[in-house]
Design a protein around this ligand. Sequence first.
Ligand code: 5GP
Length: 190
Amino acid sequence: MKGKFILVIGPSGSGKGTLINHIRPLFPALQYPKSSTTRSMRANEKHGEHYYFLSREEFQSRIESGDFLEWAEYGGHFYGTLASEVMPLLDGGMTALKELEVQGVRQLQKKIPKEELAVIFVNAGSWSEMEARIRARASISETELEKRKERYQDEMNFMSEADFVIENHSGEVDAAKKRFAEVVESLIAG
Ligand code: 5GP
């Protein structure tokens, strides 16, 4: 039997990372395929931990080689999932979970059979709530912030198409963590 690919989406600042960190110790068999990106490394990041940090030239050349299952430009940088990160897991019957933005989800929906995909949307409310969280998390330029705001509505438009929606408004993070863990557990159980 093939495995399942769980996609976690939601606007920048909606708390996807917090929810994913919460479940890491809970489901040891769950796999986390890494992303590749051309954005610069943040202070708390290491190459190959969450991201492979590639130059724009290298990213472009891997697009041309057909190495990416999906890729998108977001906030002026490239982000993508290498097929080699995911297909061996699904072929081996494992469950994998990955955070990505909606253009990538749409590409994966065309490539991976419906029964092997599940989309979880994290909704944390208005742009002003998101903006406060993004600013608190990392130093970010006003230009980059403006780009993320433009993408906010695109991401929100996907909510009605997701298989599951987790509400993660300010002050409700514990309830959101619990609900997220329940949904992931139900997907792992098949
Ligand atoms: P950040 O720069 O904050 O780590 O990520 C910015 C955006 O890129 C987030 O919305 C994140 O979900 C998305 N992202 C991260 N990895 C991938 C990926 O492999 N593919 C796509 N399409 N988006 C990604």
